[in-house]
Design a protein around this ligand. Structure first.
Ligand SMILES: Cc1cc2nc3c(=O)[nH]c(=O)nc-3n(C[C@H](O)[C@H](O)[C@H](O)COP(=O)(O)O)c2cc1C
Length: 191
């Protein structure tokens, strides 16, 4: 197979486009859209987000030592793009988008009520990599809107309709409604 060499860049896709809410105790909360996110440990459950120091949210997250990862569905497309293109220095994103800040169960940062799943995260380690600082964080609590759960009480992808972002192409994509196989099934089948 012939290959063309391309400039190394952040072409990993699809990535989630999550809305991260952040605030220290009794401070005005902000929301930043984040795609530089990934699960990094199962036990304890941990994820990392990477944030540029220029972001208004960067200082808030450092001060709070925590944040909430609010998962998005296609219904959050407008809000996610807004929170990813406007700064909390200039606008109150909760007010502008008429979003509800719900008190979290453990941390100071509030959850976004309208998002289908909310992961309360406490920062355990941070690493300044270059343009971004990576916050390695433990998921200390998880919540989901009841209307987004399946019969077994788990988040239901068909109800959430996950919103994804493809950097490089700079495109949001949806339509993740086709179940190809379950874990391990495809390996047992020959095409
Ligand atoms: C889809 C999308 C993904 C983004 N991912 C990140 C990210 O992972 N890290 C980051 O620092 N900024 C990211 N941004 C940019 C910030 O969301 C954006 O600069 C935002 O306006 C910062 O808000 P703030 O100044 O209120 O913190 C992303 C933007 C979009 C639209």
């Amino acid at each position: 197979m012939n290959k063309t060499s391309l400039k190394p860049d952040t072409w990993l896709f699809p990535l989630p486009a999550v809305m991260v809410s952040c605030a220290a105790e009794n401070e005005t909360p902000n929301i930043i859209t984040i795609s530089w996110i990934g699960i990094v440990c199962s036990k304890p459950p941990m994820l990392s987000i990477s944030v540029t120091p220029e972001r208004h949210s960067y200082g808030l997250i450092k001060k709070a030592g925590n944040f909430v990862v609010n998962l998005t569905g296609e219904a959050q497309l407008h809000a996610a793009d807004y929170c990813g293109t406007k700064s909390g220095r200039d606008v109150n994103k909760f007010d502008e988008l008429k979003l509800t800040a719900l008190k979290s169960s453990i941390i100071s940062s509030p959850m976004i009520a309208e998002c289908p799943v909310n992961l309360e995260c406490e920062i355990r380690q941070s690493l300044l990599l270059g343009s971004h600082e990576m916050f390695v964080s433990e998921i200390v609590a998880m919540h989901a809107g009841q209307e987004y759960l399946d019969q077994r009480g788990r988040p239901d992808l068909d109800k959430i309709k996950p919103l994804v972002y493809c950097p490089g192409a700079r495109e949001y994509r949806g339509g993740m409604n086709v179940l190809l196989a379950r874990y391990g099934e495809a390996a047992r089948k020959k095409s």
